[in-house]
Design a protein around this ligand. Sequence first.
Ligand SMILES: Cc1ncc(COP(=O)(O)O)c(C=O)c1O
Length: 420
Amino acid sequence: MLNDSIQYHNGALYCDSVPVSEIAAHAGTPVYIYSLRRALDNLRRLQSAFAALRPHIHYSAKANANLAVLRALVRAGAGMDAVSGGEIYRALHAGAAPENIVFAGVGKTPDELRYALEQDVGWFNVENVGELRLLNDLAASMGRTAQIALRLNPDVAASTHRHIATGHGGAKFGLSIGAARDLLAHQSDYPCIRFSAIHLHIGSQLHDTQATRSAVKLALEVIAPYPDLRTVNIGGGLPVAYTPDDPIPNWEDFAAALTPLLKDYTVLLEPGRSIIADAGLLVVSVLYVKQQAGQTFVITDGSMTELLRPALYEAYHEIVPVKSPPVPGARSLLEVASDRIHIVGPVCETTDVLGRDRHLPGVQPGDQLAILTAGAYGLVMANNYNQRPRPPEVVVHEDGQTWHIARRRETWADLAQFEV
Ligand SMILES: Cc1ncc(COP(=O)(O)O)c(C=O)c1O
């Protein structure tokens, strides 16, 4: 969706004060572009929505782990939520203080736990009994104490796509209420663990504040008997509008639903999508336009290997021309020829569709299209299927005027480099 940073001026799409076509001319397509100004603005808007709770914000690096993005957020005061040794490494590389890193994840390896302990990572979100035992043993062998939050699986149904719901009983995530209660009752069995918090994350792109409220209530009941546990990590999941009429609650609604419950607690938040999704776009070029079986296929140089979300989650991203905005109500020759325009990539999969049944005025080979709200779960999920090099990432700096290629385009030689 367009916003203060991603806007048309005189018929051309801009990222802040930089024409998107200027970046595409230098960096080529497909290319990801991120507005640091928008990301930082989102961070500030989130802080202000939740001001009554004064939360510690740990940006969820899984959403977008570009170092320039991480660095900007760290400089603005954000901690990091990391789900692998690789993300911890990146967070540290971007300047995050170890004590401001949360290490989450359903299956942390011994090497990753050891690395996190060595680095003095501030929090471990523990998801099963075996992990707790291992963490305790590793900490003991290293003469350390690990501060943990138990991740609760509250068995509540989040209103979101089934592939990004994580808090229902059948999900692999977290500890059941019974298992969490049992661990808390046996804290003394884990002498090198400091039980300090409860954690939950019931899903991403949440459409309902009440499910989160119910989950938080359950979490508070679980820790109620333990006066030392007065910290609640409520995860991420704050929603982002992918279209102007996306029926999502705003962040203030979430804060209003949770503040009465949490006002006497220390609160941690792990937002990913809400910080970076609408700060990013993926720019692709049209290669061919093909009419077939009453449909029009606009074949671009971007595909599911750059942006997996439509294929993986049936996610909807607005797709707009880089030059000249769509005139409301105007129907192009192409649209008159066919109402069913699909924007597709070159990958050998029927699911390689970036957008179905779209209305785009007069698209022709050589045109550039921007896939909006693509800053979260974009490049991080990109892959080399069909031996496609991953695209570059460009950041437009906070001044809105200057930009640089923060990650270069991969080459064919890169694709072969790990084989011996
Ligand atoms: C434990 C945890 N925290 C935070 C996040 C970030 O979620 P979002 O990007 O929806 O804010 C996720 C996403 O999967 C997660 O699993």
